[in-house]
Design a protein around this ligand. Structure first.
Ligand code: ZN
Ligand code: ZN
Length: 188
């Protein structure tokens, strides 16, 4: 056995394998020989996109790893179908948008009409009790984010830690929150 056989599948491998298998079940006349797939580890807002290289006549579907991790599979699969429609349009017409033609195919394939976007939560709350896997997310600096000492884990009642997603900085009380916010300045 070579090393490649024994290496565990990465999240990206799994994402691509599932996306490709799903794509083959979709009733759309895509030229698979002129379709490429990629994973973006950086994309935090767009779940997927489709690029068209006119000179090679190749469409590339780029899927976001963060979206794969954040979404239920059914939602992520609908993103794959959305991007497949773009690939098909590029291959057939040399251009693609979200117009009437796109809308019709999207309705037939039960794909969202608009490029699915998502936002990573700004804050993640995690229980401090190691045997508890309670986790919650917040998009705004609400009270449970700014004054965590006044709240408890929603599952076991222990204290929790708040993490600022972008920086990975954490705090457990309001003065910690203030300190991190001040330290990050413009990166907040
Ligand atoms: Zn789109
Ligand atoms: Zn807990």
């Amino acid at each position: 056995m070579s090393d490649a056989d024994t290496e565990p599948l990465t999240v990206d491998d799994e994402l691509l394998a599932r996306a490709r298998i799903h794509a083959r079940t979709v009733d759309i006349d895509v030229d698979w020989d002129h379709l490429e797939w990629a994973v973006s580890a950086r994309a935090k807002r767009r779940a997927g996109l489709c690029r068209w290289e006119h000179s090679r006549e190749v469409a590339t579907i780029v899927l976001s790893r963060a979206a794969y991790e954040a979404y239920e599979w059914e939602t992520f699969a609908s993103v794959v179908r959305h991007e497949l429609i773009h690939a098909w349009e590029y291959q057939q017409f040399g251009e693609s948008g979200h117009g009437e033609r796109f809308r019709r195919v999207a309705a037939r394939l039960e794909a969202p009409r608009h490029c699915p976007s998502f936002t990573e939560p700004r804050y993640v709350l995690r229980c401090q009790n190691e045997s508890c896997d309670w986790r919650a997310t917040r998009h705004r600096a609400s009270k449970p984010v700014t004054t965590p000492e006044r709240y408890r884990c929603g599952s076991c009642g222990a204290d929790y830690t708040v993490e600022h997603s972008d920086s990975g900085r954490t705090w457990t009380c309001s003065s910690g929150y203030g300190g991190v916010k001040a330290a990050l300045g413009e990166e907040w």
